[in-house]
Design a protein around this ligand. Sequence first.
Ligand SMILES: [Cu+2]
Length: 129
Amino acid sequence: MKTKTILTVAMLLACTIGPIVITLAYESYRTQDLTAEILARAPERGNFSPRVVKVPLGQKVKLRIRNVDTVMHGFAIPALEVDAGEIKAGHYSILEFTPEKPGEYDFYCTVWCSEFHLQMRGLLVVSAQ
Ligand SMILES: [Cu+2]
């Protein structure tokens, strides 16, 4: 009887905590080589987050733009010729590039997403770190 109780508790813990631990470990594995992740929402729902992203000069940058909104968004850094195109709601896009000049570069949404669309922007800061 006591062994069954211990086994039941162990199985219950494995079934509840196990998936959480596996999900966190997988997410950590998936994001290990990302320079940054930028969440995209229309300005009235939070805008890009973070709005300022610092990246190293002369090194490969890997950005994941994640649309966590209910409408389509876009992402571009025109001065660096980086463009993710359209990103559907709930989807993400991975961008890889190597910034060769230090400076501050505007990034913004390229899809008309709300009446505040023009405010959906941020800054990529490239500097020797
Ligand atoms: Cu937009």
